[in-house]
Design a protein around this ligand. Structure first.
Ligand SMILES: [Zn+2]
Length: 194
């Protein structure tokens, strides 16, 4: 498996630890979106795309997010601490949609993504920079409890994505023909070394 492209969407400076969204293309054939680059206590790490876990309301049977305090359908009060917990006591609120099944693959993927992230930050300093990430929904900030917390690729913590990205207008992704060239070059170089 070769990662043939990584696209990064830097996130404007915020109070959260979310630094960027990204997508990866495998073998020029398959794209996975909505990965997240998060600043952990030991550096940057990549969180796989995930979905919120739900359970059913004891009264009406409709599905609610595990953190919901009231049923969306009937309004019944729900225990907001009902989510199952892992051995560290953290609530299990999300499940990965796509993820590596061994540490070698996770390492390759994470290294490629973190490298592309740093490259993107450099590119973002250049006037006229346009993000190549296809942003369908204007950004989804729901990233609590990333499932790969602690999987760190040695990035330097303590910096923030600068605020310039927003100036380009989030969601304006017309005319993308050559914007990804630099990103592709970067990932191709990375892939060649594997
Ligand atoms: Zn209900």
């Amino acid at each position: 498996m070769v990662i043939t492209e990584v696209r990064i969407k830097l996130v404007e400076e915020n109070n959260e630890r979310l630094m960027a969204f990204c997508s990866v293309t495998l073998d020029n054939a398959f794209v996975i979106r909505d990965l997240k680059i998060i600043e952990g206590t030991k550096g940057l790490f990549v969180a796989m795309p995930s979905r919120k876990l739900t359970d059913r309301c004891p009264r009406c049977g409709s599905k609610n997010h595990l953190r919901a305090r009231f049923c969306n359908n009937c309004g019944t009060h729900l225990d907001e601490n009902r989510a199952p917990r892992d051995h560290d006591g953290r609530a299990k609120l999300h499940a990965d949609i796509a993820h590596p099944i061994n540490s070698a693959c996770r390492e390759v993927m994470q290294n490629a993504i973190i490298k592309a992230y740093h490259d993107e930050r450099e590119r973002a300093k250049i006037p006229g920079y346009v993000c190549t990430y296809d942003d369908y929904d204007g950004g989804d900030y729901d990233y609590e409890s990333p499932s790969y917390a602690g999987m760190v690729a040695g990035g330097k913590p303590g910096f923030r994505a600068h605020g310039g990205h927003g100036a380009n207008g989030r969601g304006t992704h017309l005319g993308q023909s050559d914007k990804g060239a630099a990103a592709r070059k970067a990932t191709d170089e990375f892939g060649a070394g594997l």
